[in-house]
Design a protein around this ligand. Structure first.
Ligand code: ZN
Length: 272
């Protein structure tokens, strides 16, 4: 088992060769992929792709970059889209005070509104956080409190989380998983390496964020879900753990987070 917990198969860079991309992922041992929405059109498209491919799941949400575009009717549509059987989370949502492509007030509004949707439809959330750690933590702490979730339940994931180990552990205590992406393989990623080496696998997922963030081996190229193997292999090396353990344990965490347990386990136990 190996799951790419975060990719964007609906990106323009895929399309022509999407079937090949999914085929290569399967060949490299990827048992499931979660294709992540970032605005309304990409959320609708994520569902279409998931409906067409058994091992692809979808999330729906509006990224902080596009927060200024979110309308009230979009919030209602997100709740409707979330009812679709292959939709496993709301996201990616959050705050990005690095690029500030939407005004901060709009980012806050969109973030809070979509967390409310997640609570209403009872789905976990996929979080994008950049240069806004304290602010994101505050909002998510409120969300966790509103949920009153039991301690062992995962309520979301910090996607490609750039924070350090103490910051990561703080999110884990709130009920979040920490997702490790391709940049862990870059030479200067000491902070992320420390996180990937220490966070319990029961709270860790791996991802590509494809077509973005290619791991070192394919740096400069279009990234794709097959390369999540590079991430899992690197994490295994860092921890001195067999690759199979990291692949399997992070897949279990991802399944638990997104509620894939039954379907993915059935597939993994299948003929291949
Ligand atoms: Zn992403």
């Amino acid at each position: 088992m190996l799951i790419d917990s975060h990719c964007h198969l609906q990106d323009r860079k895929f399309g022509e060769d999407m079937a090949d991309v999914i085929g290569r992922a399967t060949e490299s041992g990827v048992t499931a992929m979660v294709t992540i929405g970032y605005d309304m059109p990409s959320s609708r498209r994520a569902i279409e792709i998931a409906d067409a491919h058994e091992n692809v799941y979808a999330t729906v949400g509006v990224h902080p970059h596009d927060a200024k575009t979110l309308t009230t009717s979009d919030g209602e549509e997100l709740a409707r889209l979330a009812e679709s059987p292959k939709v496993v989370a709301i996201g990616e949502i959050g705050l990005d005070f690095f690029r500030n492509l939407s005004p901060r007030e709009d980012q806050y509004l969109a973030f809070r509104e979509q967390l409310a949707v997640a609570r209403a439809v009872n789905l976990p959330v996929v979080i994008h956080s950049r240069d806004a750690d304290e602010e994101v933590y505050e909002v998510l702490a409120e969300h966790a409190e509103e949920l009153g979730a039991p301690e062992d339940r995962l309520i979301g994931v910090m996607h490609c989380y750039p924070g350090d180990l103490p910051q990561s552990l703080r999110y884990i205590r709130l009920g979040f998983a920490i997702s490790i992406a391709g940049p862990v393989t870059y030479a200067k990623s000491n902070v992320t390496r420390a996180v990937a080496g220490a966070v319990p696998l029961t709270s860790m997922t791996v991802e590509t964020d494809a077509p973005y963030l290619p791991p070192q081996r394919v740096r400069g190229q279009r990234n794709e879900p097959a390369n999540v193997r590079d991430v899992a292999e690197f994490v295994a090396q860092l921890r001195g753990t067999p690759y199979e353990t990291v692949a399997e344990e992070t897949a279990k965490t991802t399944s638990r987070l997104f509620g894939l347990t039954t379907s993915v386990a059935e597939r993994a136990g299948g003929a291949r």
